[in-house]
Design a protein around this ligand. Structure first.
Ligand SMILES: [Zn+2]
Length: 349
């Protein structure tokens, strides 16, 4: 099979399109003919060697995969060759105290696609059958690939961790990203008042079409001032944060009394100064969030099947153009997800 692989950490120039041995299904595993793989910022961190995940070289990146089952290993039941599937990002143990209580995102010994399996920037991938989820016919391969991490993460942050309630006001940072645009759709669907920010007016217009009530251009406007104006000086109930650096701090300052800030990333500044005094006087909370549960993804797949949410694909690139696809993501001009469309014969609908 063809795959995009890197043998050393670095910039786009370390990516190579190479022939690799086809993966074989071990016991309990399937091999998937990959149809589409969505890009994530983690892919860039992994390539640069700064992800804080253990990476063994050479490495095939890609964690968000959709395809069809090509081979079924020994002992696999309930799955057939040709089934359209996506692997759940995590390979959870199923036995620890968190897995046993439906909180598998806290699994004590998780594996992850591309770290515990082969990677998604390739024509094929082998993974345990217990990670598989069915993809509804209503979704194209590219749309399905764009769904899992954006909507799964946004759902887990808004509802499981952030405890968003009908009628509350939420501010969503960087609404042009995959996860930001997913959060706008879910928060709107849940009956929240949605304030969003982005670095361009074009992105704010797109987010308004998805259900955002008020937009703030963080390059042209003061985020905290605008939030206070929009909320009559009260501040927001919840900040949806995944950016880090300045937007993390502006998010904290935008919180009302008893407000919560839920966070899942910090690409724009992973270590920040923190003012303790307003934090405790206002009785605010900062809540960490990491991945999501399989049930949360399956709920989002069903909402997408019903047309209530829409996974956004900015652009699809062929596998050989993975460096250009990554460069496009790193320029941050996109709205929604960037996807590799890998198997030309496997396109749906
Ligand atoms: Zn576990």
């Amino acid at each position: 099979m063809k795959a995009i692989v890197f043998h050393e950490f670095g910039g786009l120039d370390v990516l190579r399109l190479e022939d690799m041995v086809d993966p074989q299904p071990g016991p309990g595993e399937v091999v998937i003919d990959i149809a589409a793989t969505a890009l994530n910022h983690l892919d860039v961190d992994v390539r640069e060697g700064v992800s804080r995940f253990p990476v063994e070289l050479p490495f095939v990146p890609g964690i968000e995969v959709v395809g069809r089952i090509a081979e079924v290993g020994e002992g696999v039941e309930g799955w057939q060759v040709g089934d359209r599937v996506m692997p759940f990002l995590m390979n959870t143990c199923g036995e620890c105290r968190f897995c046993r209580t439906g909180r598998e995102s806290l699994c004590l010994t998780p594996g992850f696609v591309s770290f515990s399996t082969s990677g998604g920037y390739a024509e094929r991938l082998a993974c345990p059958a217990r990670q598989l989820m069915r993809v509804p016919d209503e979704l194209t391969d590219e749309a399905a690939a764009a769904l899992q991490i954006a909507f799964g993460t946004a759902w887990h942050m808004l509802f499981a961790r952030g405890r968003l309630q009908v009628g509350e006001t939420v501010m969503i940072n960087s609404v042009g990203s995959g996860i930001g645009s997913a959060a706008v759709q879910l928060a709107h669907l849940a009956g929240a008042v949605v304030i969003g920010n982005a670095g361009s007016d074009e992105k704010l217009v797109r987010a308004a079409e998805l259900g955002m009530d008020h937009g703030i251009n963080y390059r042209a406007q003061d985020v905290v001032e605008e939030v206070m104006r929009l909320t009559g000086g009260r501040g927001v109930d919840l900040v949806f944060e995944h950016v880090g650096g300045e937007l993390f701090q502006k998010g904290l300052d935008s919180l009302g009394k008893d407000g919560r800030l839920v966070i899942c990333g910090g690409h724009s500044g992973e270590v920040v100064p923190f003012d303790i005094i307003p934090f405790f006087r206002m009785q605010r909370q900062i809540i960490g969030s990491f991945v999501y549960t399989r049930t949360e993804v399956e709920t989002c797949l069903e909402l997408a099947r019903q047309g209530k949410i829409t996974p956004l694909v900015y652009k699809a690139f062929p596998l050989s153009d993975a460096p250009e696809a990554m460069a496009t993501m790193e320029r941050r001009e996109h709205f929604g997800k960037i996807v590799l469309a890998i198997s030309a014969g496997g396109r749906n609908g």
